[in-house]
Design a protein around this ligand. Structure first.
Ligand code: SAM
Ligand code: SF4
Length: 322
């Protein structure tokens, strides 16, 4: 079992497969062009798998593949199958923008992927294009449809932004409700890589928009999930709100992040990271596990976004995987 310096059990590993992305979401990527980490600096699937096996042996029971855009990595299905074949009861999930999903959803499901979170910020083509930096909506909707068709469990992530997509909160909720998918509204987390003009909607404001159409009931958090769940009154439908500006989910934080370059990051907000790359590439898995335990010992108690005045994080979401 992996325990951090604050006594929390850590059983959830989020693995960013690449920082590259085919979108340029305003809340995630810088306005100005920048250069990517060279591909040769990324950990190969073989090296990632060596670490993942050791992490599973130490007590990791849930793995989420993310990025950047994870579907940009070739042979993703083979990598998923490697993990699945090692331990088929691992809760194996992925977060994707859905753009490339239509042609690969079936292969990913057959390889052992269980669940998908797909980002969907707007149902209006021009708004989706404004947020993502290109015309994306048709592909994303086709990707969602295909994922459902092949039997993947799908949740939808939406980041509501003031003056951009705030008028679509209920439309996206209804879209998800009609298709039996849980939507999770994620408060915009301020970071120095995002477009400077952005203003996120606070949890309360998001709920108020929903209350204009529906009566809602509080359910609460399930386990270590960051999402606070709500139910639409007199219906079966449940949706989630992720509000990192309150710190109540930090108390039960169970996660650690690995970047595509091999840095272990103890908290989404903070810069601190240690690399397992040299150890893994040298075949010294014991050392990689020691580094994992050291990073966990130093995991901060909570992030530094706040309801009053948030400090922007230096961490890039496209590196850490959100
Ligand atoms: N590219 C994939 C995607 O967009 O789903 C996976 C990586 S993305 C970094 C993971 C999640 O982080 C997405 O749901 C995205 O909406 C969310 N995200 C990115 N930047 C964010 C920010 N500044 N605040 C809140 N959520 C953010
Ligand atoms: Fe790419 Fe996801 Fe970041 Fe959007 S949120 S730019 S899709 S990594």
């Amino acid at each position: 079992m992996l325990i951090d310096g604050h006594g929390r059990e850590v059983n959830y590993l989020r693995v960013s497969l690449t920082e590259r992305c085919n979108f340029r979401c305003q809340y995630c990527m810088p306005e100005k062009p920048f250069s990517w980490v060279p591909k040769e600096n990324l950990l190969s699937f073989e090296d990632l798998f060596k670490f993942i096996k050791a992490a599973i042996d130490e007590g990791i029971t849930k793995i989420r593949l993310t990025g950047g855009e994870p579907t940009l990595r070739a042979d993703l299905d083979k990598f998923i199958k490697m993990i699945y074949d090692y331990k088929n009861d691992i809760d194996l999930a992925m977060t994707t923008n859905g753009y490339l999903l239509k042609s690969i959803a079936k292969d990913l499901k057959e390889a052992g992927l269980k669940r998908l979170n797909i980002s969907l910020d707007s149902l209006k083509p021009e708004v989706a294009a404004k947020i993502a930096g290109k015309d994306v909506l048709r592909n994303v909707l086709d990707g969602i449809e295909e994922a459902l068709k092949v039997g993947l469990k799908v949740k939808i992530n939406m980041v509501p932004l003031k003056g951009v997509n705030e008028d679509e909160i209920v439309d996206i909720l209804d879209f998800c409700k009609d298709r039996g998918m849980q939507v999770r509204f994620i408060e915009y987390m301020e970071n120095v890589h995002a477009h400077s003009s952005l203003k996120g909607m606070q949890g309360k404001e998001i709920l108020n928009k929903i209350k204009e159409k529906y009566e809602i009931e509080k359910i609460g958090r399930k386990g270590s999930s960051p999402a606070f769940l709500y139910k639409i009154k007199n219906e079966d439908y449940i949706f989630g709100l992720i509000d990192p500006h309150k710190h109540d989910f930090c108390e039960t934080c169970n996660r650690i992040r690995l970047t595509a370059e091999g840095y272990l990051i103890p908290c989404l907000y903070f810069d601190e990271a240690m690399s397992i790359k040299d150890a893994v590439q040298a075949g010294d898995i014991d050392r990689a596990v020691e580094i994992l335990k050291e990073v966990l010992r130093n995991k901060p108690k909570e992030n530094r976004w706040s309801e009053e005045e948030s400090e922007a994080s230096n961490r890039a979401f496209y590196e850490t995987g959100g």
